[in-house]
Design a protein around this ligand. Structure first.
Ligand code: GLN
Length: 564
């Protein structure tokens, strides 16, 4: 079943191999017929994660990128929809030379081809050491059965020692019995074995550590020696899982099964392990600071819809030793400044995240206004960036009906609009989203430049259709808004901010900074937000090394000086 933590388990396993100096290439296989995850409802599937090359994928790819600290691309994500489309298009071109096109060998063949292509995608076109395939869904599903068959064929073709099958199963613990039961897990294993797959390793997902008795039963009924059965019970954090697997000897078992012992770089492993464990330790350590971040979002009820934002906040919390209480707020009925004040009471920072559609929009604009006028550190992301522009136009410039054409096509001041011309510049037709990594040119002597350590160009990931209408740029800037990040050649505004003389920390990004934050390298705009919030509560923090790096004060701010 979904939500078991298969992605976390799989990426931790991949990390174990990567830590040993092996190159790993993960691949997620989805059974659904959608071509990508772009049209999936975040309520049902969690957030849409955007890769560098613009592919919209499942949130598990975000887990892989964060845990492996490795950028992925469209080779790392396949759906049944992609496979079928490819095959049907080829069929129409006459590519099957009069043969009937079948699930076996054509569909399974296409899957095997993708895996082999990925295997050859290492640096300089070399082979990677391990391709790491995660099949979505459950053994026995209709949707993924052709993937499972393809993997069976692949293992047979490549021969012994080339494949290691890992099954993740679930151990139930019915409250009325108060003990773990292995029957459901056994039946699941049977299903897998009926499909011709003999697992080499079994991970037992459970609430509590899985008892020896249960592990022995599973071992016995599935022909897997008990040292290859692992208890994957709930832990205080996901970051301790790689080390728990290592302690259980899972890494050595996999190396033996795949014959990879001689490729291990022990020194690299020591370093990787120390770094990661120090992160896990800092995560568990008591925190010196405490702040509350209010996040008004449409999918407030389902946190998976903002998984990367949660993670980005966590990365900063560990880096800065802060206990961060992320408060998800529903703005659907926040129509007045009074209600907004109630909603944001006690918040030390505000993030207005990305989103689509009208619901909750006016409430979000009120939240931006509140953060601006109360000098609460603010980060606007994508839609949140656009809301900050609209709020500025309405309340600072007095253009009361300013809006985005996404919400009001008749607005007299469409400060945010869809610009087909620019879409053509980027080679994308109007009506399609601007997706994937783009360069952002950073204006020197701005907050953005301070945060990015003086970098002139940074690369960030986008997913939007609307943007600041260039007609309004001058007016917005004269009104005090600074566009400190732009497309290098075209008038596409990508970062906005307010000068420090007006606000301690007010910044927005047309891109999604959360998508590139990693445990050991948190994204700077999030770092700045958290640091500014801590400094508001504890002014002395600004003088600490972390404070000096991340809190911009009037004295470290040439912008304020040069502008006054
Ligand atoms: N709806 C806005 C747009 O399409 C913002 C998108 C987003 O926040 N990802 O431009």
């Amino acid at each position: 079943m979904s939500g078991l933590g298969k992605g976390i388990f799989a990426s931790s396993l991949a990390k174990l191999m990567q830590d040993k100096g092996l190159t790993v290439a993960p691949m997620k296989m989805e059974g659904y017929l959608n071509i990508d995850s772009g049209t999936l409802n975040p309520y049902r599937h969690g957030e849409v994660f955007v890769l560098e090359d613009g592919l919209e994928t499942d949130m598990d790819l975000g887990t892989y990128e964060r845990i492996l600290n490795q950028n992925l691309n469209r080779k790392n994500f396949i759906t049944a929809g992609q496979i079928y489309t490819e095959i049907l298009e080829r069929e129409r071109r006459g590519g099957y030379l009069g043969r009937d096109v079948q699930m076996i060998p054509h569909v399974t063949g296409a899957v095997k081809m993708k895996i082999r292509e990925l295997a050859m995608s290492g640096p300089k076109g070399q082979q990677v050491d391990v391709v790491f395939v995660e099949v979505g869904g459950t053994a026995g599903d209709y949707e993924n059965s052709f993937y499972i068959e393809a993997l069976r064929e692949l293992a047979f073709e490549e021969g012994d020692g080339s494949t290691c099958f890992v099954a993740l199963t679930y151990i139930i613990e019915p409250a009325i019995l108060g003990e773990q039961k292995s029957k459901a897990a056994q039946l699941g294993m049977k299903r897998l074995m009926e499909a011709g797959i003999q697992p080499h390793i079994i991970a037992c997902r459970a609430k509590n550590p899985v008892t020896t008795k249960v592990m022995q039963k599973i071992s016995m009924f599935s022909n897997v020696p008990s040292k290859r059965v692992f208890s994957l019970h709930d832990r205080e954090s996901i970051y301790v899982i790689p080390d728990a697997m290592r302690s259980a000897g899972l890494d050595r078992e996999i190396l033996s099964i795949l014959g990879l012992h001689d490729r291990v770089d022990a020194r690299a492993e020591d370093i990787a392990r120390t770094t990661w464990n120090s992160f896990a330790r800092r995560l568990a350590a008591p925190r010196d600071h405490h702040i509350v971040i209010g996040i008004p979002g449409k999918y407030a009820a389902l946190r998976d819809a903002y998984a990367s934002i949660e993670k980005a906040i966590e990365h900063c919390a560990v880096e800065l030793g802060a206990q961060i209480d992320a408060r998800w707020l529903d703005t659907s009925d926040v129509a007045s400044p009074e209600k907004t004040a109630q909603l944001l009471e006690g918040c030390d920072a505000v993030i207005v995240p990305g989103g689509f559609g009208t619901r909750g929009i006016e409430g979000k604009i009120h939240c931006v206004e509140y953060a601006r006028t109360h000098r609460i550190p603010f980060l606007g992301i994508c839609l949140g960036f656009q809301m900050a522009v609209i709020e500025h136009a309405r309340n600072v410039l007095g253009l009361k009906t300013a809006n985005s054409t996404e919400f009001d096509t008749k607005s007299a001041y469409p400060v945010i609009s869809e610009l087909p011309d620019q879409k053509r510049i980027e080679g994308i037709m109007g009506g399609t989203m601007r997706l994937g990594s783009q360069d952002v040119a950073i204006t020197p002597s701005t907050l953005a430049s301070f945060l990015f350590g003086g970098a002139k160009v940074v690369r960030e990931r986008f997913r939007h259709r609307y943007e600041v209408d260039p007609v309004f740029i001058d007016r917005l800037e004269v009104g005090g808004m600074i566009f400190s990040g732009r497309h290098p050649n075209h008038p596409i505004m990508q970062v906005l901010e307010l000068p420090i003389s007006v606000h301690p920390y007010f910044i927005g990004a047309q891109f999604h900074p959360e998508l590139v934050s990693r445990p050991l390298s948190p994204q700077p705009m999030f770092m700045g937000l958290v640091a500014a919030a801590i400094a508001q509560r504890e002014p002395a923090f600004a003088q600490t090394p972390a404070g000096l790096r991340w809190v911009r004060s009037a004295s470290t701010s040439p912008t304020a000086a040069s502008r006054s």
